[in-house]
Design a protein around this ligand. Sequence first.
Ligand SMILES: CC(C)(COP(=O)(O)OP(=O)(O)OC[C@H]1O[C@@H](n2cnc3c(N)ncnc32)[C@H](O)[C@@H]1OP(=O)(O)O)[C@@H](O)C(=O)NCCC(=O)NCCS
Length: 163
Amino acid sequence: MGEECTIRKMMFHDIDQVLEVERLSFPSPWSRNAFEAELHDNLFAHYFVAEQDETIVGYAGMWMVLDEAHVTNIAVHPAFRGLNYGKRLTQELIIQAFKLGANRITLEVRVSNLVARNLYKGLGFREVGVRKGYYSDNNEDAIIMWKNIQLSNDYVSCDEGRG
Ligand SMILES: CC(C)(COP(=O)(O)OP(=O)(O)OC[C@H]1O[C@@H](n2cnc3c(N)ncnc32)[C@H](O)[C@@H]1OP(=O)(O)O)[C@@H](O)C(=O)NCCC(=O)NCCS
């Protein structure tokens, strides 16, 4: 993978491609209305896309709540997983959260989602608790993860995938 990879703010015209990633990534995908409302109406929401050759290959979002960032979603198109896009998108959230005044960042992840748990642990998130039955589709528990933000993280490039 040698082509340019860009992380930038999500825009309205990205939503079609974002929905494709969303539907391929989650058992209960968000609707178009949900994304439109996040971009248009929610002043606390910040969404980013990873783009390669004008194709959206992943996206990530968060809400800023005082000095905390709450991650809402991170997903990478199945055809582009294992290529560092998830890591880059998560790092972008951390960096943007810091710039927007956050000291801490948190998220929930399914107990069974070992890939995502590895991703977050690798970026310094700690598992601090469990929300029982948090996911309504299968009643699965969520692991709650937190990270104190200190911008000593390296910024990896898209080219460092495991190949
Ligand atoms: C979770 C997800 C975003 C990861 O994206 P990705 O682009 O494939 O991940 P990356 O290539 O950036 O890998 C980052 C880290 O994830 C972990 N990881 C990635 N693929 C993995 C695999 N197949 N097995 C185990 N760990 C894996 C590793 O810790 C990796 O870091 P490393 O390369 O330093 O070992 C992606 O799998 C996805 O979209 N899943 C479906 C949606 C989802 O579950 N989102 C998270 C909701 S909380």
